[in-house]
Design a protein around this ligand. Structure first.
Ligand code: CUA
Length: 315
Protein backbone atom coordinates (compact mmCIF):
# COMPACT_ATOMS: atom_id res chain seq x y z
CA UNK A 1 0.00 0.00 0.00
CA UNK A 2 1.34 3.38 -0.96
CA UNK A 3 0.91 6.25 1.45
CA UNK A 4 0.82 9.82 0.32
CA UNK A 5 4.30 10.83 1.22
CA UNK A 6 4.96 14.24 2.70
CA UNK A 7 8.71 13.66 2.90
CA UNK A 8 9.06 14.17 -0.85
CA UNK A 9 6.64 17.10 -0.70
CA UNK A 10 8.72 18.81 1.98
CA UNK A 11 11.85 18.11 -0.04
CA UNK A 12 10.12 19.48 -3.14
CA UNK A 13 9.11 22.71 -1.37
CA UNK A 14 12.65 23.09 -0.06
CA UNK A 15 14.16 22.57 -3.53
CA UNK A 16 11.78 25.05 -5.14
CA UNK A 17 12.63 27.71 -2.55
CA UNK A 18 16.35 27.10 -2.98
CA UNK A 19 16.03 27.19 -6.78
CA UNK A 20 14.09 30.49 -6.72
CA UNK A 21 16.60 31.98 -4.28
CA UNK A 22 19.54 30.94 -6.46
CA UNK A 23 17.95 32.39 -9.61
CA UNK A 24 17.21 35.65 -7.79
CA UNK A 25 20.69 35.85 -6.26
CA UNK A 26 22.41 35.30 -9.60
CA UNK A 27 20.01 37.63 -11.45
CA UNK A 28 20.35 40.47 -8.95
CA UNK A 29 24.13 40.14 -8.80
CA UNK A 30 24.44 40.23 -12.60
CA UNK A 31 22.10 43.25 -12.82
CA UNK A 32 24.08 45.03 -10.10
CA UNK A 33 27.44 44.47 -11.79
CA UNK A 34 25.98 45.50 -15.14
CA UNK A 35 24.60 48.73 -13.65
CA UNK A 36 27.90 49.56 -11.99
CA UNK A 37 29.59 49.53 -15.40
CA UNK A 38 26.76 50.82 -17.53
CA UNK A 39 26.01 53.84 -15.33
CA UNK A 40 29.55 54.60 -14.19
CA UNK A 41 30.06 58.41 -13.90
CA UNK A 42 32.63 58.43 -16.71
CA UNK A 43 29.94 57.16 -19.09
CA UNK A 44 27.05 59.00 -17.43
CA UNK A 45 28.07 62.55 -16.61
CA UNK A 46 24.63 63.81 -15.59
CA UNK A 47 22.31 61.53 -13.60
CA UNK A 48 18.70 61.41 -14.71
CA UNK A 49 15.87 61.98 -12.24
CA UNK A 50 13.01 59.51 -12.71
CA UNK A 51 9.63 60.22 -11.12
CA UNK A 52 7.96 56.86 -11.01
CA UNK A 53 7.26 54.29 -13.69
CA UNK A 54 3.89 52.60 -13.48
CA UNK A 55 4.69 49.51 -15.55
CA UNK A 56 7.90 48.85 -13.60
CA UNK A 57 6.03 49.19 -10.31
CA UNK A 58 3.38 46.75 -11.48
CA UNK A 59 6.05 44.28 -12.56
CA UNK A 60 7.97 44.35 -9.29
CA UNK A 61 4.80 43.98 -7.29
CA UNK A 62 3.18 41.24 -9.33
CA UNK A 63 6.20 39.01 -9.97
CA UNK A 64 7.35 38.73 -6.32
CA UNK A 65 3.73 38.14 -5.26
CA UNK A 66 3.47 35.23 -7.68
CA UNK A 67 6.81 33.84 -6.48
CA UNK A 68 5.84 34.09 -2.80
CA UNK A 69 2.41 32.54 -3.42
CA UNK A 70 4.08 29.73 -5.35
CA UNK A 71 6.44 28.99 -2.47
CA UNK A 72 3.52 29.15 -0.05
CA UNK A 73 1.52 26.73 -2.18
CA UNK A 74 4.24 24.07 -2.17
CA UNK A 75 4.79 24.50 1.56
CA UNK A 76 1.06 24.26 2.20
CA UNK A 77 0.62 21.06 0.19
CA UNK A 78 3.29 19.30 2.26
CA UNK A 79 1.94 20.72 5.50
CA UNK A 80 -1.57 19.47 4.74
CA UNK A 81 -0.41 15.92 4.12
CA UNK A 82 1.67 16.07 7.28
CA UNK A 83 -1.27 17.39 9.28
CA UNK A 84 -3.75 14.72 8.19
CA UNK A 85 -2.99 11.57 10.06
CA UNK A 86 -4.12 8.53 8.03
CA UNK A 87 -6.95 6.59 9.63
CA UNK A 88 -5.20 3.24 9.34
CA UNK A 89 -2.13 4.43 11.22
CA UNK A 90 -0.55 2.30 13.93
CA UNK A 91 -0.65 4.31 17.15
CA UNK A 92 2.36 4.61 19.41
CA UNK A 93 2.26 6.62 22.63
CA UNK A 94 5.45 8.63 22.75
CA UNK A 95 6.82 10.22 25.88
CA UNK A 96 9.61 12.76 25.93
CA UNK A 97 11.32 13.34 29.24
CA UNK A 98 14.63 14.57 30.55
CA UNK A 99 16.50 13.00 28.75
CA UNK A 100 15.18 10.09 26.81
CA UNK A 101 12.25 8.88 24.70
CA UNK A 102 9.81 6.13 25.49
CA UNK A 103 7.41 4.39 23.10
CA UNK A 104 4.39 2.36 24.15
CA UNK A 105 2.52 0.20 21.65
CA UNK A 106 -1.12 -0.80 21.66
CA UNK A 107 -0.27 -4.22 23.10
CA UNK A 108 1.56 -2.72 26.08
CA UNK A 109 5.08 -3.19 24.75
CA UNK A 110 7.41 -0.42 25.84
CA UNK A 111 10.67 0.43 24.10
CA UNK A 112 13.17 3.24 23.87
CA UNK A 113 13.66 2.76 20.12
CA UNK A 114 10.77 3.28 17.73
CA UNK A 115 10.13 0.11 15.70
CA UNK A 116 7.86 0.55 12.69
CA UNK A 117 6.80 -1.51 9.70
CA UNK A 118 7.83 -0.23 6.27
CA UNK A 119 5.13 1.57 4.26
CA UNK A 120 2.75 1.77 7.16
CA UNK A 121 1.71 5.14 8.57
CA UNK A 122 2.54 5.40 12.25
CA UNK A 123 0.79 7.87 14.47
CA UNK A 124 2.75 9.20 17.42
CA UNK A 125 0.85 10.74 20.31
CA UNK A 126 3.39 13.02 21.90
CA UNK A 127 3.46 13.72 25.61
CA UNK A 128 6.04 15.28 27.84
CA UNK A 129 6.47 14.45 31.48
CA UNK A 130 8.55 17.51 32.30
CA UNK A 131 9.65 20.30 29.95
CA UNK A 132 9.26 21.06 26.24
CA UNK A 133 11.03 18.64 23.92
CA UNK A 134 10.72 18.26 20.18
CA UNK A 135 10.53 14.98 18.30
CA UNK A 136 12.69 15.29 15.22
CA UNK A 137 13.42 12.73 12.49
CA UNK A 138 15.54 14.51 9.87
CA UNK A 139 15.28 11.66 7.35
CA UNK A 140 11.47 11.93 7.27
CA UNK A 141 11.44 15.73 7.45
CA UNK A 142 9.24 15.73 10.52
CA UNK A 143 9.57 17.67 13.73
CA UNK A 144 6.93 18.33 16.34
CA UNK A 145 7.07 19.91 19.77
CA UNK A 146 6.36 17.74 22.78
CA UNK A 147 4.78 20.08 25.29
CA UNK A 148 3.74 19.23 28.84
CA UNK A 149 -0.06 19.35 29.16
CA UNK A 150 -0.59 19.45 25.40
CA UNK A 151 -1.68 16.45 23.33
CA UNK A 152 0.26 16.83 20.12
CA UNK A 153 0.38 14.12 17.52
CA UNK A 154 2.21 13.51 14.29
CA UNK A 155 2.72 10.73 11.83
CA UNK A 156 5.46 9.25 9.75
CA UNK A 157 5.93 6.46 7.30
CA UNK A 158 9.17 4.81 6.27
CA UNK A 159 9.31 3.74 2.64
CA UNK A 160 12.51 1.72 3.07
CA UNK A 161 13.85 -0.49 5.81
CA UNK A 162 16.64 1.00 7.82
CA UNK A 163 17.66 2.96 10.88
CA UNK A 164 16.80 6.60 11.04
CA UNK A 165 18.09 9.04 13.62
CA UNK A 166 15.74 10.66 16.10
CA UNK A 167 16.75 13.65 18.14
CA UNK A 168 15.33 16.27 20.43
CA UNK A 169 15.10 19.63 18.71
CA UNK A 170 14.16 21.80 21.65
CA UNK A 171 16.75 22.69 24.24
CA UNK A 172 15.62 20.89 27.38
CA UNK A 173 18.51 21.14 29.78
CA UNK A 174 21.87 19.68 30.51
CA UNK A 175 21.67 16.43 28.57
CA UNK A 176 19.44 17.67 25.74
CA UNK A 177 21.98 16.44 23.19
CA UNK A 178 21.76 12.92 24.62
CA UNK A 179 18.09 12.56 23.66
CA UNK A 180 19.02 10.43 20.69
CA UNK A 181 17.31 7.29 19.54
CA UNK A 182 16.27 5.82 16.24
CA UNK A 183 13.38 4.72 14.13
CA UNK A 184 13.95 1.14 13.04
CA UNK A 185 11.88 0.37 9.97
CA UNK A 186 11.43 -3.27 9.07
CA UNK A 187 9.37 -5.21 6.54
CA UNK A 188 5.77 -5.79 7.64
CA UNK A 189 6.21 -9.55 8.37
CA UNK A 190 9.34 -8.96 10.36
CA UNK A 191 7.58 -6.24 12.32
CA UNK A 192 4.57 -8.45 12.96
CA UNK A 193 6.83 -11.19 14.31
CA UNK A 194 8.62 -8.71 16.55
CA UNK A 195 5.31 -7.27 17.75
CA UNK A 196 3.94 -10.71 18.59
CA UNK A 197 7.09 -11.79 20.37
CA UNK A 198 7.31 -8.60 22.42
CA UNK A 199 3.61 -8.75 23.23
CA UNK A 200 3.97 -12.29 24.50
CA UNK A 201 6.93 -11.39 26.64
CA UNK A 202 4.82 -8.67 28.29
CA UNK A 203 2.16 -11.27 29.07
CA UNK A 204 4.79 -13.75 30.24
CA UNK A 205 6.55 -11.20 32.45
CA UNK A 206 3.28 -10.35 34.17
CA UNK A 207 2.52 -14.03 34.67
CA UNK A 208 5.98 -14.73 36.08
CA UNK A 209 5.63 -11.83 38.46
CA UNK A 210 2.24 -12.97 39.64
CA UNK A 211 3.52 -16.47 40.21
CA UNK A 212 6.71 -15.41 41.92
CA UNK A 213 4.81 -12.95 44.08
CA UNK A 214 6.90 -11.05 46.59
CA UNK A 215 9.98 -13.22 46.26
CA UNK A 216 11.18 -11.69 43.04
CA UNK A 217 10.63 -8.08 43.95
CA UNK A 218 13.39 -5.94 42.50
CA UNK A 219 14.00 -8.26 39.54
CA UNK A 220 12.35 -5.84 37.16
CA UNK A 221 14.55 -3.02 38.46
CA UNK A 222 17.23 -2.98 35.73
CA UNK A 223 14.60 -2.89 32.99
CA UNK A 224 12.44 -0.33 34.75
CA UNK A 225 15.23 2.18 35.32
CA UNK A 226 15.91 2.01 31.57
CA UNK A 227 12.27 2.29 30.54
CA UNK A 228 11.44 5.08 32.93
CA UNK A 229 14.45 7.09 31.87
CA UNK A 230 16.32 7.00 35.21
CA UNK A 231 19.53 5.97 33.48
CA UNK A 232 19.62 9.25 31.56
CA UNK A 233 20.98 10.80 34.76
CA UNK A 234 21.86 8.01 37.19
CA UNK A 235 24.42 5.27 36.67
CA UNK A 236 24.57 1.87 38.32
CA UNK A 237 28.35 1.60 38.28
CA UNK A 238 29.23 4.34 40.74
CA UNK A 239 30.21 6.96 38.16
CA UNK A 240 28.80 10.41 38.52
CA UNK A 241 26.37 11.79 35.95
CA UNK A 242 23.68 14.44 36.34
CA UNK A 243 22.38 12.74 39.48
CA UNK A 244 24.02 10.52 42.10
CA UNK A 245 24.83 6.96 41.06
CA UNK A 246 22.56 4.24 42.44
CA UNK A 247 25.49 2.02 43.26
CA UNK A 248 26.17 1.58 46.93
CA UNK A 249 23.86 4.41 47.85
CA UNK A 250 21.69 2.37 50.20
CA UNK A 251 22.70 2.72 53.84
CA UNK A 252 25.07 5.61 53.12
CA UNK A 253 25.07 8.83 55.04
CA UNK A 254 24.52 11.78 52.76
CA UNK A 255 24.38 15.51 53.19
CA UNK A 256 21.19 16.83 51.65
CA UNK A 257 19.71 20.26 51.23
CA UNK A 258 16.23 20.60 52.65
CA UNK A 259 14.61 24.04 52.40
CA UNK A 260 18.07 25.48 51.93
CA UNK A 261 19.40 23.84 55.12
CA UNK A 262 22.11 21.19 55.10
CA UNK A 263 21.11 18.02 56.84
CA UNK A 264 22.68 14.61 57.26
CA UNK A 265 20.49 11.66 56.44
CA UNK A 266 20.87 7.93 56.01
CA UNK A 267 19.67 6.53 52.70
CA UNK A 268 16.85 4.12 53.54
CA UNK A 269 13.82 2.90 51.62
CA UNK A 270 11.73 5.85 52.68
CA UNK A 271 14.41 8.26 51.45
CA UNK A 272 14.63 6.54 48.06
CA UNK A 273 10.85 6.57 47.67
CA UNK A 274 10.70 10.24 48.52
CA UNK A 275 13.59 11.05 46.19
CA UNK A 276 11.63 9.50 43.34
CA UNK A 277 8.20 10.92 44.12
CA UNK A 278 9.33 14.34 45.37
CA UNK A 279 12.96 14.78 44.32
CA UNK A 280 13.13 18.45 45.24
CA UNK A 281 12.33 17.78 48.93
CA UNK A 282 15.91 16.77 49.68
CA UNK A 283 18.70 17.42 47.20
CA UNK A 284 21.98 15.59 47.67
CA UNK A 285 24.74 18.12 48.24
CA UNK A 286 26.76 18.81 45.11
CA UNK A 287 23.89 18.05 42.73
CA UNK A 288 21.33 20.28 41.11
CA UNK A 289 17.61 20.18 41.61
CA UNK A 290 16.71 18.92 38.12
CA UNK A 291 14.65 15.79 38.44
CA UNK A 292 10.94 16.00 37.66
CA UNK A 293 8.72 14.35 40.31
CA UNK A 294 7.64 10.86 39.22
CA UNK A 295 3.91 10.81 39.76
CA UNK A 296 1.96 7.59 40.18
CA UNK A 297 0.78 7.93 36.57
CA UNK A 298 4.39 7.86 35.42
CA UNK A 299 5.52 5.21 37.84
CA UNK A 300 3.06 2.94 39.66
CA UNK A 301 3.50 2.03 43.33
CA UNK A 302 4.55 -1.50 42.36
CA UNK A 303 7.11 -0.15 39.94
CA UNK A 304 8.38 2.20 42.62
CA UNK A 305 8.86 -0.72 45.00
CA UNK A 306 10.68 -2.69 42.30
CA UNK A 307 13.13 0.16 41.82
CA UNK A 308 13.59 0.73 45.55
CA UNK A 309 14.33 -2.98 46.05
CA UNK A 310 16.74 -2.97 43.14
CA UNK A 311 18.67 0.09 44.36
CA UNK A 312 18.87 -1.49 47.80
CA UNK A 313 20.63 -4.49 46.28
CA UNK A 314 23.10 -2.46 44.19
CA UNK A 315 26.24 -2.77 46.26
CU1 CUA B 1 14.56 17.04 25.06
CU2 CUA B 1 16.01 18.63 24.19
Amino acid sequence: MKVEDFTSQVEGAFLIIVAISVVLLVGITIAMIYFVFRYHHTRHKTPKDIHGNLSLEIIWTVIPTIIVLGMFYYGWVGYRTMDRIPENALTVETIGRMWSWSFTYENGVQTDTLYVPVNQPVRLNLKSSDVIHSFYVPAFKVKKDVVPGVNNSMWLSADQKGNYEVMCAEYCGMRHSYMLTSVVAMPQEEFNAWYERMGQSVVRATAVEEEAGEKKIGARGPKLIQQKGCTACHTTDGSRMVGPSFKGIYGQNEIVLEDGQEKEITVDEEYIRRSIRRPSAQITKGFQNLMPPQTSQMLSDEELEEIVAYIKELK
